[in-house]
Design a protein around this ligand. Structure first.
Ligand code: ATP
Length: 300
């Protein structure tokens, strides 16, 4: 299946005086993805989103939304939450959205109802914004970005300052919005969040793109198969006789076998062990955690 890109970024550079915030960043956001821009503080995520939203100008490079399909109208198709909107505390969620509609010109009364339902605030629509939890406030902000029914949503650190319940609510909302067909671009410094919600990831460090691609590819650069048997020495000798590279995870009492990424022959390993009378009590393809990968990449 050929997946078309919704955003193409080519060799973007941006400096603030001597600080090089983005250095030759190129990437491609596939349609229908939840794309995570991941990087520590100061890595250039907000600058990149600002450029993509035409708030900032790059020194060099270009970007192209929707392959240029909508001309100058493309912005109507993008909902964006770069900083928390200034909602009025003494007005209800619904009244606040009404004000957003009149200021932004996006959406209408019908749209407000649709959006409130979508972000799970319809029941609380008449309540004052000041009475909302932080998670509800953030969901209303995402709701405001959803006015006008954009096909793309751009969010900068959408879970900042939220407790675990609020974070889970935002995660569920992002998944739901993506399942409905929206492409979502998120900047985050939270590895865990990106790992849980994103289909694709780009890792930035000091303005340089270190790696990008599907989360499953970036997470793993090799396959490690964990195995356990009553006689570990027999198992290890058997694997060695097959020219399979092994190591022992003594902490977990496992024999591990390494294979190039995407090539671990799990079924065959099991069958061959059985043929040798070795009964495996544990057989698992280990995923390299994004955290390990992230630290490997971002440590100097
Ligand atoms: P954070 O998560 O902390 O916001 P970030 O990854 O979004 O970080 P940016 O805010 O884009 O990173 O910052 C990238 C670099 O550019 C940093 O070194 C930052 O100090 C610098 N920078 C950003 N905005 C400005 C500005 N207006 N003037 C000068 N330097 C800036």
């Amino acid at each position: 299946m050929v997946v078309s890109s919704i955003l193409q970024i080519n060799n973007i550079r941006k400096s603030y005086g001597p600080v090089r915030a983005l250095n030759d960043v190129s990437l491609c956001v596939p349609e229908g993805s939840v794309y995570g821009l991941l990087g520590p503080n100061g890595s250039g995520k907000t600058t990149l989103l600002g450029i993509l939203m035409s708030v900032l100008r790059p020194q060099d490079g270009s970007y192209n939304w929707f392959n240029g399909a909508f001309g100058d109208d493309y912005r109507k198709k993008i909902g964006c939450l770069l900083e928390t909107p200034n909602f009025y505390h003494y007005l209800s969620g619904e009244e606040n959205l009404r004000i957003t509609v009149s200021i932004s010109g996006r959406g209408n009364e019908e749209d407000i109802t649709r959006v409130l339902k979508l972000v799970g605030l319809f029941e609380r629509r008449k309540h004052r914004f000041g009475t909302y939890s932080l998670g509800m406030k953030q969901r209303l902000a995402i709701g405001a970005a959803l006015l006008g029914d954009p096909t793309v949503l751009v969010l900068d650190e959408p879970t900042n300052g939220l407790d675990p319940v609020g974070i889970a609510e935002i995660r569920d909302l992002i998944r739901k919005l993506n399942q409905q067909g929206r492409t979502i671009l998120i900047a985050s410094h939270l590895l865990d969040e990106v790992e849980k919600v994103c289909t694709h990831v780009a890792i930035l460090k000091k303005g340089v793109l270190l790696t990008d691609g599907p989360v499953s590819d970036v997470l793993m650069d090799e396959d490690v198969v964990e195995m356990k048997a009553a006689d570990p020495v027999l198992l290890q000798n058997h694997l060695k006789s097959q020219q399979i590279e092994t190591f022992v995870d003594s902490e977990l009492g496992l024999i591990c076998a390494r294979f190039p990424k995407g090539t671990a022959p799990i079924e065959e390993l099991n069958r061959r062990c059985m043929e040798q009378g070795i009964v495996l009590t544990h057989l698992l393809l280990r995923k390299k955690k994004l955290e390990t990968r992230f630290f490997e990449l971002t440590n100097d």
